[in-house]
Design a protein around this ligand. Structure first.
Ligand code: TXA
Ligand code: MG
Length: 356
């Protein structure tokens, strides 16, 4: 397959997008093209959701398997009724509380929406992003926009335009560069087509804050990393968000984990491998005296910052050419749960539980 399109990169003010620039991108969408654009979570790779051929192009550009459904982005809560049917009251409540924002609701798909958006499923995932560029683009194009994260399949999601260009340059018609994204982690995906709402992917909206509206909520076993055989949401495959390097995730009490990480670093260095570390500020010194470059995610006490920096940090370690990345897991509550979920996937299940 050849990709010969020339990617037009247009800078855009993330708060006050220039209408003419938005028009250029909207015209590309209306013509069936692909436009990468910033949202508050990560960059999206957009196409007209009502154009099955344009949607097919998304799968091709990302090298994404055709069984992994896409999220549809809308610009106003009422538009949910243009893409979904039988929207339950609980969905209205969640929408009122969390939109615009990093919550994706899975509903019953309206029959006129092309089935390949949802990889043939009868459901549809919908979200209204909280980003002026995304909203202006959806409004100007006049259609809902299908958009997965703008990275190659299995690579870390793109939180900066340069990541999009690295993965998808020559495969997208227009890239709107609105600077780094604010949340840096993808949306929370919740399935509301089942009896008990089920979180398929933890994300920017925490489970705890969903609990305010939904007293009974399930976390999909796959989302917990327990079941790799039957993904309810194929995007939850264990291999995902992966750097090129092998990532090893350590979990357990602080002191023994530090000791184990140091020991592991020494072993890999002795075997001639280049080792890097993905740490928080508080841990910066734990590899002092060893030849281990450290990328810090920010202070452990600021999980929003850690989340914002995570995917860029994975890419930064890759560009240093390390063979192995050592990282520590985070708490299992709030955004910590989302961050640990992404690290677990980046580690492709290689998690070392340190006891005692
Ligand atoms: O924050 C985000 O959600 C970003 C921005 C661009 O909006 N988008 C994003 O899309 O992360 P993507 O395609 O990388 O992840 C979509 C997730 C996948 O895990 C997919 O399996 C799930 O949503 N999903 C989409 N449609 C679904 C459906 N009908 N049923 C179940 N899961 C679905
Ligand atoms: Mg993705």
């Amino acid at each position: 397959m050849s990709y010969t399109v020339e990617t037009r990169v247009l800078s855009i003010d993330p708060y006050n997008p220039d209408p003419e620039t938005i028009q250029v991108a909207a015209a590309a969408l209306k013509a069936g093209g692909l436009v990468a654009f910033p949202t508050e979570t990560v960059y999206g790779l957009g196409a007209n959701a009502l154009d099955a051929e344009a949607v097919r192009r998304i799968y091709r550009a990302k090298a994404r398997p055709a069984n992994n459904p896409l999220i549809v982005h809308i610009a106003a809560p009422e538009q949910v009724d243009q893409v979904a049917v039988d929207v339950p009251p609980v969905a209205r409540q969640l929408i009122a509380a969390f939109w615009p924002g990093p919550l994706t609701v899975v509903l019953k798909r309206a029959p006129h929406v092309p089935a390949n958006i949802s990889a043939g499923r009868e459901t549809i995932a919908v979200r209204m992003p909280a980003h002026a560029v995304a909203l202006a683009l959806i409004q100007a194009s006049g259609v809902p926009i299908a958009a997965p994260s703008a990275n190659l399949f299995t690579r870390p999601s793109a939180t900066k335009a340069e990541h999009v260009l690295a993965d998808l340059g020559g495969r997208v018609d227009v890239l709107l560069d609105g600077g780094p994204t604010v949340i840096g982690l993808e949306s929370t995906v919740i399935d509301l087509t089942v009896e008990t709402p089920i979180v398929l992917r933890p994300g920017g909206v925490t489970i705890e804050s969903l609990g305010v509206i939904l007293p009974v909520i399930e976390l999909h076993r796959q989302a917990l990393g327990e079941d790799e055989t039957a993904p309810a949401s194929p995007g939850m495959l264990a291999k995902h968000y992966s750097p090129e390097a092998e990532l090893i995730l350590f979990s357990g009490a602080a002191a023994p984990v530090t000791a184990r990480m140091q020991q592991t670093a020494r072993e890999h260095l002795a075997a001639g491998r280049a080792v890097g570390a993905l740490l928080v500020d508080e841990d910066r010194a734990i590899f002092d005296g060893l030849n281990v470059p450290v990328v810090s995610l920010g202070p452990k006490t600021d999980l929003a910052q850690v989340g914002r920096n995570l995917f860029a940090a994975l890419r930064a370690l890759d560009s240093m050419g390390v063979d192995v990345i050592l990282a520590r897991s985070f708490e299992s509550t709030g955004l910590g749960a989302t961050i640990t979920d992404r690290l677990t996937r980046a580690a492709e299940g290689h998690v070392v539980e340190v006891t005692g």
